[in-house]
Design a protein around this ligand. Structure first.
Ligand SMILES: CC(C)(COP(=O)(O)OP(=O)(O)OC[C@H]1O[C@@H](n2cnc3c(N)ncnc32)[C@H](O)[C@@H]1OP(=O)(O)O)[C@@H](O)C(=O)NCCC(=O)NCCS
Length: 162
């Protein structure tokens, strides 16, 4: 398996992975909408042979420092729990850090995301319509975010998710 940036020839396969993982089309639509709006920063695919088996998107986030939103992350159901999601997230974090981003915010299950260093306590001081125990932040390049309070604003496409 390799992890690489998406290319236009992956778009249809990414839709299939997103729909299969979430059993609905909202996340696949989010990916298409983020891309169309120019808000996607890193969109990574996990590929085995010719087949896309996983996908992770990192998009622009308005924050008091340069920060990204991680969402969605999806792995084909038959390939879950084999380390694919972990590879995608770790490579995305490394890309983000080396490109100079200072933090990543994710909305998800702390039981899964804490292994990467995402921490709900670090996100608690930020206002957002999505604020709550499932909002987590990961500082990049240092152990703390540049500021611990402020407002964060996800790309407009997230509003459609409800
Ligand atoms: C969540 C998801 C991306 C993880 O990818 P994956 O390739 O299955 O995960 P990995 O194999 O790298 O990691 C597996 C570990 O994560 C845990 N895990 C997987 N999904 C989890 C979840 N929803 N909640 C908590 N832990 C989870 C597994 O128990 C396993 O833990 P272990 O290493 O302690 O045994 C994938 O299961 C998926 O696509 N799920 C449906 C869509 C989704 O919920 N996406 C995340 C929200 S954006």
């Amino acid at each position: 398996m390799i992890v690489r940036s998406e290319t236009p020839s992956d778009f249809a396969a990414i839709r299939i992975v997103e729909e299969a993982a979430f059993l609905q089309s909202a996340e696949a639509q989010l990916v298409d909408d983020l891309r169309a709006a120019g808000d996607s920063v890193f969109s990574l695919v996990a590929v085995e042979g010719e087949a896309v088996i996983g996908h992770a998107m990192f998009s622009l986030l308005k924050a008091p420092f340069p920060a990204l939103a991680l969402a969605p992350v999806a792995v084909l159901p038959e390939r879950q729990r084999m380390g694919v999601g972990t590879r995608l997230i770790r490579e995305g974090i490394a890309c983000s850090e080396s490109a100079g981003w200072q933090g990543i915010f994710v909305l998800g299950d702390p039981a899964f995301y804490r292994r990467f260093g995402f921490d709900a306590a670090k996100a608690r001081g930020f206002t957002s319509p999505y604020a709550g125990p499932h909002m987590m932040a990961l500082p990049l390049g240092r152990s703390e975010l540049p500021t611990s309070t402020g407002s964060i604003q996800h790309a407009l496409a997230f509003a459609k998710l409800g």
